[in-house]
Design a protein around this ligand. Structure first.
Ligand SMILES: Cc1cc2nc3c(=O)[nH]c(=O)nc-3n(C[C@H](O)[C@H](O)[C@H](O)COP(=O)(O)OP(=O)(O)OC[C@H]3O[C@@H](n4cnc5c(N)ncnc54)[C@H](O)[C@@H]3O)c2cc1C
Length: 399
């Protein structure tokens, strides 16, 4: 076994590349491996919230296709409501280019990168981690597992249910310039069409990303049917060819914290189920968890102790995802009532944008909206309507 690395990273999505970049920048010997050949396709809306700008240490404007200042919301494809922020809220990217840029930055920082090579197995031999690939075995003190939503490492070493995810369908729909111009600078997000979920149209340079996401157990019919129905109701998509529909999953945090590390393996990003349960945002949490894992490795390498990773996720990320989960329950269990509330208080949406840009956070936002007297009244009304079932609302909102 020729080279022994400080750390091996499995997977070169945003989580793996961010970890590789941080480790290599601090002079650690790091190897990152991905089964795909880069640049590679990844099904994704490609909305990178502005809070990502605050944590990435380099500029990625070269791969930004559009910058959005707000969103057009709708309820069941009607009752459109455009709310603009006073500064950009998100950058639109195509994941092949965005992820490739992150890989190149990690390479430039000094990480060894091997793409087009699948990891076949991992052995934890107490002193080391041995990673077996199609092109031989590699050894390291620690493994950062960034192998995405269907992580085989999470399945083998941790009690993580890879099926506990939202299901999605996404298609990149080529559109003429005039159509793209219509929503340039805006996201479109629809509530109410997908049970416990949402639908989106995001503008890119030459296409729209069109998709839906919902919790599998709440979908009474097939996800493809919901997608087709949503597409049918969108004037913006009339006459356009909807091809290459891809089904995928978003491993959102559903409220039960699981172990995401052991002595020598740290799960990050989608592999650790760190996607936002309200709106499926995963890129920020992937990058941030990759960075937190890298810090734990940098600080723990001499003592062979990487426990800081899970403690830091517990401190920084779980409170956010727990609050996002509460918000998701409030909104998706009663989308009609919540949509009416948004229509009458669009300021709430601006406060939500502050979360997206990193000026505020979910915890603060959820606390703030619960202090809003109109929302209290809304909850009481819903409680009256639904009696027993809204003890659920009290439980979720009150604690
Ligand atoms: C349809 C859809 C729309 C989305 N839209 C958004 C959005 O608009 N904004 C947002 O923030 N998030 C969005 N997300 C979530 C986001 O895509 C993920 O949360 C994010 O990609 C997670 O990054 P990651 O690095 O953890 O995993 P990934 O990006 O999935 O990367 C994992 C990598 O591991 C590699 N890999 C897997 N197995 C192996 C193996 N055995 N050997 C070697 N390599 C392996 C894969 O090839 C892949 O490159 C969306 C997700 C979906 C499905």
């Amino acid at each position: 076994m020729p080279i022994k690395y400080d750390a091996i990273i499995s997977g070169l999505g945003p989580a793996g590349s961010a970890a590789a970049y941080e480790l290599a920048s601090k002079g650690l010997k790091v190897l990152a491996i991905d089964k795909a050949k880069f640049p590679r396709y990844k099904a994704c809306g490609g909305s990178v919230s502005k809070k990502v700008d605050k944590i990435l240490k380099f500029d990625f404007s070269d791969v930004v296709e559009d910058t959005t200042n707000g969103a057009v919301f709708s309820y069941k494809s009607k009752r459109h409501l455009f709310v603009q922020h006073d500064s950009p809220i998100a950058s639109m990217v195509m994941r092949d280019r965005f992820d490739n840029l992150l890989v190149n930055m990690a390479k430039k920082a000094g990480a060894d990168i091997i793409d087009n090579t699948k990891i076949m197995g991992v052995k934890d031999d107490v002193q080391n981690i041995v990673v077996e690939t199609e092109k031989g075995s590699f050894q390291a003190r620690v493994l950062i597992a960034a192998d995405g939503a269907s992580s085989s490492i999470a399945r083998e070493f941790f009690d993580i249910d890879s099926k506990a995810c939202s299901v999605t369908i996404e298609s990149e729909v080529t559109a003429p310039k005039e159509r793209l111009e219509q929503i340039k600078g805006r996201l479109m997000i629809d509530f109410g069409n997908i049970p416990y979920g949402y639908a989106w149209i995001f503008p890119k340079k030459d296409c729209f990303s069109v998709g839906i996401a919902g919790v599998n157990s709440k979908l009474s019919k097939g996800i493809k049917e919901y997608f087709a129905e949503f597409v049918r109701t969108q004037d913006m998509l009339k006459g356009l060819e909807i091809k290459n529909q891809r089904g995928w999953t978003i491993p959102e945090f559903f409220g039960n914290k699981k172990r995401i590390s052991n002595k020598r393996i740290l799960l990050v990003g989608d592999a650790a189920h760190l996607a936002d349960p309200f709106i499926g945002e995963g890129i920020y949490y992937a990058i941030r968890s990759g960075q937190i894992a890298a810090d734990a490795v940098i600080n723990g390498i001499y003592n062979d102790d990487f426990r800081a990773y899970e403690a830091d996720i517990e401190k920084e990320i779980y409170p956010e995802l727990t609050a996002a989960q509460k918000l998701a329950d409030m909104v998706y269990l009663h989308p009609k009532a919540w949509y009416s509330m948004l229509e009458s208080e669009p300021l709430l949406i601006k406060r939500y944008y502050d979360v997206v840009i990193g000026k505020s956070n979910y915890k603060e936002f959820v606390r703030e909206i619960m202090e809003n007297s109109r929302i209290k009244v809304l909850c009481m009304i819903i409680k009256g309507w639904l009696k027993g079932s809204l003890s659920n609302c009290k439980l979720k909102i009150g604690n």
